[in-house]
Design a protein around this ligand. Sequence first.
Ligand code: IPD
Ligand code: CA
Length: 315
Amino acid sequence: MNNAYLAHLINSIFISAASTEAGLHKQYLLFRQSPPTQTCPLFRILSFLLLYLREKVGEIMPVDIEQLKTIIRNAGELIKHVRLSPEQIHSKDNRLDFVTKYDVVVQNFLELHFRANWPDYPFIGEEQEEHEFGQKGFIVDPIDGTTNFILGIPHYSISVAVMEEGKIVQGVVYSPALDEMFWAKSGKGAYLNSERLQNPDLPFAETVIGIGSSPYNESLREPTLAMIGEIMKRTDIRCLGSSALDLCYVAGGKQGGYFEYEINPWDIAAGMLIAREAGATVTTIDGKEPPLDRTLTILAAGPKIYAEMREILSF
Ligand code: IPD
Ligand code: CA
């Protein structure tokens, strides 16, 4: 038995174990309405055992996007039937910035599975206390659209980007409520489930523009409202509340564009690749490559609207 075969075998065992574990979590949820924030001890022991075996085999596994999607779909199962109780919701530094028990559940689930499958890829997740950005690894928002999730609005997503040599090479954004899996690989196109996405490059008059309200920074309220005023001279707006999905909607043409004055890398890293692979242009609002190690501004649109949005934003 050669090393590659053995590594493949170990991966298959791991994925089966992961699916079983997600199933168990789901059953637990249905009965108790509240899952454990940590994965079960048996699964942890199994993970360590498999990790040990994989190290012995010495094979570095590239991130397989099908395997990645399976893990993310399983994570979605953990949250799609949840009804939150007040003690499961907490404010962060800002009164509008929330975290729920389930943001942590999903992050822990993804971290455990990613580390077990791809141990040489560092993990950055929104709910970590410190974020150690580098040139390689996973950039994860366990729930993008937490406020929607809290309110019972089914528009939220799990966002996972894979970075190599400082560039996003794979992106997955999953909407558990709609079972919509947006994904892209660098140079290989963007997809919704198995359907290829192509940005239709519409003019303003034939579409709407997604607005990110930068809710955690009060000083951005005035410029955001001014920008909305300018856009509404041209067309209608939407403010849907998940920037990862905003970018996916630009990719497929449900929204002609999207912009936000302040956003974090985990909100946009995966969606940015998906939008670009579908032919949309994505930059900061001053036309630069979006940095992925700090807060940033973001502008995404089909080429026609992008050019006009840049003109509006430069005033
Ligand atoms: C937020 C959402 C929202 C955007 C905020 C983000 P979170 O992410 O993407 O659409 O307007 O700027 O912070 O906090 O739900 O992960
Ligand atoms: Ca989040």
